[in-house]
Design a protein around this ligand. Structure first.
Ligand SMILES: [Zn+2]
Length: 346
């Protein structure tokens, strides 16, 4: 069993006292992960979040039942029902990634961010608050196997072959290692093999990018199995959804459990550039500049219509100006077997 597996809450014999239910749902307070995670490609407000989701995905992606309640926990997974939170966390209008308390000078490396436990039992990661996880588990989910001070770039979804290649070319030129998380419905096996041949890690981001939170276990399993064959898995939208009624964002544990059963490690992120949110290249770069820390996992996308490719050189430069370096690009081709500890500083 992997290190991740041993640490997984499902593998612990006894749940912590008084947290039996809570451990199966993590509440994400952050607008950054939350709204981005849920809708991804549209300008979002609390009111239009599901309308935007539907509108943006109706044509391309099979619809799934819209959740109206807290995700029910599935009997086959032998889990306790997820409790309805008694309090509604406030959605913060400000970015949930906390800026360093004092602005770092150009050459000052920033410290490694460690998730910390809050008084109410939740754990604050770099860009979200989770319920039912230890700080170490949150750290492992957010760093995706990068246990170094280096910064890991992760690139999601899909784009044309030329666009994906152009992004890969910039990264190669700059010797920046990165993990791509393509949807196999829109990204060909050839493109995935090409990325691996060039030293990039390629993880599973499902087949068609559904919101998996309300899906049945067999649907979740099928989506993951039709996705890229890989040890790392990033849930579409961070596997979150927003309950219209109480405004709470949940991390859906069913998805994590299904992925873990398929032998995959869940990879979240700690810095959302919001490139999906009509950001200019400068805004994307500024977002990285402001929020990046040692050991950060940055989320960007490979879609042609975003300004991410234009932002990439400036983004790389700004990280280096902060005294940080990216994960090294492996000189050998990668495979579906992604090391639990990424060789970032090799
Ligand atoms: Zn995605």
């Amino acid at each position: 069993m992997s290190e991740y597996g041993r640490r997984h809450p499902m593998n612990e014999k006894e749940p912590p006292k008084g947290k039996t239910g809570n451990r199966f749902a993590a509440v994400l307070f952050g607008m950054t992960v939350g709204v981005g995670g849920v809708v991804g490609y549209n300008e979002v407000t609390d009111k239009n979040i599901w309308d935007a989701f539907d509108a943006d995905h109706a044509s391309a992606i099979p619809s799934v039942p819209r959740p109206t309640e807290v995700p029910s926990v599935l009997p086959t997974l032998n889990m306790s029902p997820t409790p309805k939170p008694t309090k509604t966390p406030r959605m913060s209008p400000t970015p949930s990634v906390t800026s360093p308390s004092s602005p770092a000078s150009k050459s000052t490396p920033v410290g490694v961010f460690m998730p910390h436990r809050n008084a109410n039992g939740t754990v604050s990661g770099a860009s979200a608050t989770y319920r039912g996880y230890t700080p170490e588990q949150v750290r492992m989910m957010e760093n995706c196997g990068n246990n170094t001070d280096r910064v890991l770039l992760t690139i999601d979804d899909f784009g044309t072959p030329a666009h994906i290649r152009a992004m890969a070319d910039v990264l190669k030129r700059e010797h920046v290692g990165a993990a791509f998380f393509p949807n196999t419905k829109q990204v060909s096996t050839d493109a995935i093999e090409d990325l691996r041949d060039n030293g990039f890690w390629v993880g599973n981001h499902s087949y068609s990018h559904p919101n998996m939170a309300p899906m049945k276990p067999e649907q979740i399993k099928a989506e993951i199995e039709k996705g890229t064959d890989a040890d790392l898995f990033r849930p579409p939208y961070g596997a979150t959804y927003k309950d219209k009624k109480d405004g709470v964002i949940y991390f859906d544990n069913d998805v994590e459990v299904a992925a873990t059963k398929l032998g995959k490690r869940v990879c979240m992120w700690s810095v959302d550039t919001r490139d999906w949110d009509h950001q200019t290249a400068q805004q994307i770069t500024d977002s990285v500049k402001t929020h990046v820390r040692a050991g950060s996992t940055i989320l960007i996308h490979m879609r042609d219509e975003y300004k991410t490719l234009d932002a990439l050189p400036g983004m790389i430069k700004s990280v280096r100006e902060r005294g940080l370096e990216f994960c090294a690009l492996p000189s050998e081709p990668t495979t579906s077997e992604i090391p639990e500890s990424l060789p970032c500083d090799k």
